[in-house]
Structure formats: C-alpha cells, structure tokens
Design a protein around this ligand. Structure first.
Ligand code: TRP
Length: 348
C-alpha cells in the first residue's frame, strides 16, 4: 500500500439518511484502512451541504447527523484518529466560501458536470438554488480549510476536486506563495454498488439500498427482492452475471473470491438457481452486518456521548479552520479586526 503518513485526508458525507452498503463498500472500508496510516483524517458531516437542495428538510438533516455519526462509530471509525467534524459547527467554512465565490465565475459553476447532472435530475433550471450551484465552492472551502492533500472520493466527485484545485491555485497566485498544497483525489477502487433493483446506484432516496442499521429480516427481504437475470427461468438455464445484482454484492462483500468465481462460472453454464446464490449472499451480509448492528444499538443508547464525539472533533477542526481563514483573509487584503472585535465583545 502507498505511504500516506504525511497526508491530511478529508472525506465526508451529506447526512441525508443513514449510511448503507454502498457507502460501506465505496468509502467506509477505505476510511478504516487509512485511519492511523495518515497524519490526520477529518470526516466531515456535511449538514450545510445537505441543505443546498433540501432547505425545507432541516429537521431531517439534523436527525441524520446522529444517525451518520452512529454509523461511523459502528463500523469502527475512531473519533480520536478520524475526528468527526460537523460542517455547520465550523462557521469559518462559510466565510471561506464567501471569499472564494469571488474567484469563480457563474459560467464555471454551470460547467461542473456533476452539478449539471444533478440540476437536471432534480428538474431545476433557472430556479436552481444559488447555494446548490455554488456547493462545489463550499466543498473547496472544506478541503482547503484543513489543507487536505488527499480526498478519497467516487468518480462523480472528481469535478469538485478539480474546481478546488483551481480555487487553491488562484489563492496561491494572489498570495504569491503556496498557501495551499495540491489536494489529490484518491479514487475508490471498488466499483459503484448497484441498487437492489439493478439501477446504476444504490441510494437511500431511491429506496434501493440496504442500510447498515437494517434488521436481519430487512436484509433477508432485500436479498430476496434483488434483481438477477430475468431471462433465467429454470435452474438448468444458463444465467447472465452482467447486471446481476447478487453477483455485484457477492463481489463486493464475499470474502471467498475463489468461491464466487466458481459460482459465476456455474451460473453462466446453467444448473445454479437464484435461490442458492441468494442464500449465500444472505449469509455473507448477515455476517458482515450483525456486529455493526450490535455496536450501533449499544451506542444508540447514549446519543449524548455520540454527539460529544462530534463536538470534540468539530472543536479541534475549528481551530485549524480558523488559522486557515485568517491566512486567507490576509491574502484578500482584509483588515484583521480581531483584537478590536474581542475588546468590543468583552464590553458586552
Ligand atoms: N459532496 C460530498 C457528497 O455528496 C460530501 C462532501 C462535502 C465532501 N464536503 C466534502 C466530500 C469535502 C469530500 C470532501 O458525498
């Protein structure tokens, strides 16, 4: 494995719902592996970003902050080594965003391919919330605030890293020195997990994902309902493994890769029924999720403690972000009013 001992890593999730197996395979496993092998790994709970297309859903977002923090702890993220940072608890990020917005054109914002696709899928046109169009700039603030050098992401997030690079380069040019290091994307090597229905992406909002907190029953039912090969009518028929969701999940989660290869060949040849495959997958997922579910249930009994972890990480992160902000304010030639403001505050 590569040497990450000098890297500052920033990763994050929007708290729009409990995390699911797609997050587990795509990013949580990675974070567990990186934890302790880098200088620091900040895990951002991006609640402000979750509001950009969901301003009316504030209560739900706030509720999901706890759910996501529980998921992090349950899979084994250690808040000491991977501090959890609540985005809204670091107001310095908002100020950085405001400053960076002056470095970005509307044309550039509209060209971001991921945002473009998201605008289209949400049916926005000129009525797109300005905050939504600008969220890549807020993401640049997240990344640069911690001077992150490595951002583990799925390929849909590459345009955000690119935009961050442009903004960081402009700040560096204004400053005449390297305020920010280059933030590189660390692409997940696991292919995106498909939805249970065979749709390209497992997603909470599409209701086609298995959440990490799912009960044993829910897991079994989800496996039963998985899309396989609609042309595979009799056990003796040859079956198709491409687009077959059960195989995608076995590839992602079955620890016995050789056995999965045998099953794949057998399925293609014919003579292997869906029921056998699904039974195997059910066993694999139950083994994976049972300890996570247990830990989660135990932690959920003390939500105060969970939120204390979030508060601690956020507090530590805020100190770092405040230092960066004061550097950036200087680059923009803004006056430091801090001592005066402090004196004023003391008289209140
Ligand atoms: N955009 C990311 C997502 O939708 C969440 C996120 C916010 C993020 N800020 C970030 C990811 C900074 C990496 C770095 O999942």
């Amino acid at each position: 494995m590569d040497d990450y001992s000098n890297d500052i890593i920033l990763t994050g999730d929007r708290p729009t719902g409990p995390l699911h197996l797609g997050h587990y395979a795509g990013s949580l496993v990675n974070r567990l592996a990186l934890q302790g092998r880098c200088r620091r790994q900040y895990v951002l709970i991006a609640d402000c970003q979750a509001l950009t297309d969901n301003a009316g859903g504030a209560g739900r977002v706030a509720h999901n902050v706890l759910e996501v923090a529980l998921d992090y702890l349950a899979v084994g993220l250690d808040p000491e080594r991977s501090p959890f940072v609540l985005q809204s608890g670091v107001p310095e990020l908002c100020e950085l965003t405001m400053l960076y917005l002056n470095l970005v054109t509307v044309a550039r914002l509209e060209r971001n391919p991921t945002v473009k696709a998201e605008i289209q899928s949400r049916g926005f046109s000129r009525d797109v919330p300005a905050g939504f169009l600008c969220y890549p700039v807020a993401q640049a603030a997240d990344i640069t605030a911690f001077k992150a050098t490595l951002v583990p992401v799925g390929d849909d997030q590459l345009p955000m890293i690119e935009q961050t690079g442009e903004i960081a380069a402009r700040v560096n040019r204004l400053a005449g020195r390297d305020v920010f290091p280059e933030a590189k994307a660390l692409l997940s090597t696991t292919p995106r997990l498909p939805g249970l229905d065979g749709k390209a992406k497992a997603s909470k909002s599409l209701g086609n994902a298995i959440s990490l907190s799912a009960s044993a029953d829910e897991v079994s039912r989800a496996v039963q309902a998985m899309f396989t090969d609609p042309g595979h009518l009799r056990v003796s028929d040859p079956g198709q493994v491409e687009g077959n969701v059960v195989f995608a999940y076995l590839d992602a989660f079955d620890p016995d890769k050789a056995a999965v290869e045998d099953l794949r060949a057998h399925y293609r040849r014919g003579g292997l029924g869906d029921a056998v495959l699904k039974k195997r997958l059910d066993g694999v997922l139950q083994d994976l999720l049972a300890p996570i579910r247990e830990r989660r249930a135990r932690l959920a009994r003390d939500p105060g403690q969970v939120m204390r972890f979030v508060a601690q990480g956020t507090h530590a992160a805020r100190e770092v972000a405040a230092r960066t902000l004061s550097e950036v304010r200087r680059v923009f030639g803004l006056r430091e009013l801090e001592p005066a403001a402090k004196r004023l505050a003391a008289t209140w």
